[in-house]
Design a binder for this molecule. Structure first.
Ligand SMILES: [Zn+2]
Length: 95
């Protein structure tokens, strides 16, 4: 079993980051004084930044490389199919 070296646990997932821009409209006629908002916040746009990272959900740490995992040489994240973990067995032979 592959575990996160830092915490010894194996509860992992992926995270993605996006930037969301919201807007809120002011009342139609703007004049001197306090102009109230009309309605609630609405979404203008969401930019998915495309950075998907592996995260240990036990200790809330982003895992940048396979070196942070016990029993894993490296990993490849496929956002649809899952994460492929590659053995570190070759590293063990050459150490
Ligand atoms: Zn952890």
């Amino acid at each position: 079993m592959i575990t996160h070296i830092k915490c010894g646990k194996t509860h992992m997932g992926i995270v993605r980051t996006e930037t969301k821009t919201d807007y809120r409209v002011l009342a139609d006629k703007i004049q001197v004084g306090n102009i109230q908002y009309k309605g609630n916040w609405k979404t203008e746009k969401v930019i998915k930044e495309g950075k998907i990272k592996l995260k240990c959900l036990s200790c809330e740490t982003i895992i940048e490389s396979g070196e942070e995992l016990d029993g894993c040489g490296e990993f490849v994240i496929d956002k649809n199919k899952g994460v492929i973990f590659i053995t570190d067995i070759l590293d063990r032979f050459t150490e």
